[in-house]
Design a protein around this ligand. Structure first.
Ligand code: SF4
Ligand code: SF4
Length: 157
């Protein structure tokens, strides 16, 4: 398994290559536009359901669920997608207790691994309505689907 710093380096290299590979360029950027919209919808839905506030409160009161080593689930391709979405990765030493991508403002990523997207703790389950959760899951499904499509193209580069 590659260390996170190495994966970040490879993601930066891959991003540079995309601008040289014109046959993939337009396809990737078209899918990225769709992904941006869906991520925006997911964020709105999280606000609407109250999940954003519950997690913010949790982060202030205790340790959130973003534990150590979760960053290792991230592929070079998913990190590349984050770079293409304009994300800057944290410049810090790894805190051995927490995920590398967790900052004081929360998760620094926009395109997240299926584990991070699907994880819902008991606190959230007990406070979200079934309909709110269902709507959120639908948008998240679209996000995962688009991320997967872009990752598959990026693997060819
Ligand atoms: S998902 Fe649960 S444990 Fe994780 S930050 Fe939100 S409320 Fe806290
Ligand atoms: S949501 Fe972000 S900070 Fe939390 S575990 Fe996932 S990648 Fe790390």
């Amino acid at each position: 398994m590659l260390p996170i710093y190495r994966k970040i380096h490879l993601a930066k290299e891959k991003k540079e290559k995309i601008f040289q590979k014109s046959e993939y360029f337009s396809e990737i950027f078209q899918l990225l536009e769709e992904l941006k919209k869906v991520i925006n919808d997911v964020q709105k839905e999280r606000l609407k359901t109250g999940m954003t506030n519950i997690c913010a409160q949790c982060a202030m009161e205790s340790k959130p669920c973003c534990g150590s080593e979760i960053e290792n689930k991230y592929s070079v391709e998913l990190l590349t997608i984050n770079l293409l979405l304009g994300i800057s990765f944290p410049r810090k030493e790894k805190n051995i207790e927490m995920c590398f991508f967790l900052t004081e403002k929360g998760c620094s990523l926009l395109a997240r691994d299926v584990f991070c997207i699907n994880f819902i703790c008991e606190k959230i389950k007990s406070q979200l309505s079934p309909l709110g959760l269902k709507n959120l899951r639908e948008f998240e499904g679209l996000q995962l689907n688009l991320q997967f499509k872009i990752e598959e193209i990026l693997k060819k580069i």
